[in-house]
Design a protein around this ligand. Structure first.
Ligand SMILES: NC(=O)c1ccc[n+]([C@@H]2O[C@H](COP(=O)([O-])OP(=O)(O)OC[C@H]3O[C@@H](n4cnc5c(N)ncnc54)[C@H](OP(=O)(O)O)[C@@H]3O)[C@@H](O)[C@H]2O)c1
Length: 263
C-alpha cells in the first residue's frame, strides 16, 4: 500500500530511542522529512545519522526537553525555518516515575503533568495553525494501555495520560473540518529502555531476577510475548498517512491483547 505521505514533514517528539525512534524511522521509510528531538545530544545526533544512512531522508535533530515550553517552541521554530510546514506531529515523552499515591509530592505531580500532558498541549498548540493553513494534518499521541486499564504502581502515568485522551477527542471534533486528524496509540509492553527500567524496578521490589520479570511480563499477554517497537511504529505511521483519512478521535491499543476490557 502506498501511504501517500512522501515529502510530508513530521515532528516526532522524544525520538532518539524506543517508540519515538521506531516511529521516526517508519515515517522516514515512507519518505517523510523529519524533525526529531530528545534531551541527550549525542544519542539524538547518532539516531539522526542512522535514519539518514538507512533512508536518505532529511532529518533535523533538535535538543529538547519536552517538559519545557520554550524548548518545544524552539523545535517548531527550527522545523518551520527548515521545511516551511509541519504536516505530522507525533506526541511522545519519557514515562513518569513509578509509585503509589503517597509516594509523590505535589511537585512530582506537577512534573508529570508537564512531561506527559502539557508537552502534548504545547506541541499541538504550536503546530495546529500550520496544519490548518494547509488543510491537512495528522496528530498521533503515544500514551499507554494505562488509559484503558490502570496499571498497579503507575499512579502518575494512570492519571496524567487520561487527560491526553480527552484532549485528543476534543481536538478531533474541533479540527476535523480542516482535515486535521487526531488519534491515540496505547502501547502495552514493548521492548525498549522503558521496559528495561520498569523490569529492573519490579525485579528489585519482588526479589526476582531481571530475566524472570521479563518472562512474567510476556506470560499474561495473549500473544505470549512482549512487543517490538516497530510493531507500534507501523500503526503510528499508518495513522499519520493519507490512507488513514477517515480515522480520527480513536484510541487504539498495541498490546498483543494485554488489556482486558471490551473497548
Ligand atoms: N515501552 C513500553 O512498553 C511502554 C508502555 C506503555 C507506555 N509507554 C510510554 O511510551 C513513551 C515512550 O516509551 P519508550 O518505551 O519508547 O521509552 P524509552 O525507550 O525510554 O525512550 C524514551 C525516549 O524519549 C526521550 N525523552 C525522555 N524524556 C524526555 C524529555 N523530557 N524530553 C525530550 N525527550 C525525552 C528519550 O531521550 P532522552 O532521555 O535523551 O531525552 C528517548 O529518546 C513513554 O512515555 C512510556 O512511558 C511505553
Amino acid at each position: 500500500m502506498d501511504l501517500g505521505i512522501k515529502d510530508r514533514v513530521a515532528i516526532v517528539a522524544a525520538s532518539s530511542k524506543g517508540l519515538g525512534k521506531a516511529t521516526a524511522l517508519g515515517l522516514a521509510k515512507e519518505g517523510v522529512k523529519l524533525t526529531i528531538c530528545a534531551r541527550d545530544r549525542e544519542t539524538l545526533f547518532k539516531t539522526a545519522d542512522n535514519i539518514i544512512s538507512e533512508t536518505s531522508v532529511e532529518v533535523l535533530p533538535v535538543v529538547c526537553d519536552v517538559s519545557k515550553t520554550e524548548n518545544i517552541n524552539n523545535v517548531v521554530k527550527e522545523t518551520i525555518n527548515k521545511y516551511n510546514k509541519v504536516d505530522i506531529l507525533i506526541n511522545n515523552a519519557g514515562g513518569p516515575p513509578t509509585g503509589n499515591f503517597l509516594d509523590f509530592s505535589l511537585e512530582d505531580w506537577q512534573k508529570a503533568i508537564e512531561l506527559n500532558l502539557f508537552s502534548t498541549i504545547t506541541f499541538s498548540n504550536e503546530v495546529i495553525p500550520y496544519m490548518k493553513e494547509n488543510n491537512w494534518g495528522r496528530i498521533v499521541n503515544i500514551t499507554s494501555y494505562a488509559v484503558k486499564q490502570p496499571v498497579d504502581g503507575l499512579m502518575l502515568s494512570n492519571t496524567v495520560r487520561a487527560g491526553i485522551i480527552g484532549l485528543a477527542k476534543t481536538l478531533s471534533n474541533e479540527f476535523g473540518p480542516y482535515n486535521i486528524l487526531v488519534n491515540n496509540i496505547c502501547p502495552g509492553r514493548i521492548f525498549t529502555d522503558r521496559i528495561t527500567f520498569l523490569a529492573n524496578d519490579r525485579a528489585q521490589k519482588l526479589g526476582k531476577s531481571f530475566d524472570e520479570v521479563i518472562t512474567d511480563m510476556g506470560s499474561d499477554v495473549p500473544v505470549g510475548r512482549i512487543g517490538k517497537p516497530e510493531e507500534l511504529a507501523n500503526l503510528a505511521v499508518f495513522l499519520s498517512s493519507e490512507r488513514a483519512s477517515y480515522i480520527t478521535g480513536t484510541t487504539i491499543l498495541v498490546d498483543g491483547g494485554l488489556a482486558k476490557g471490551l473497548m
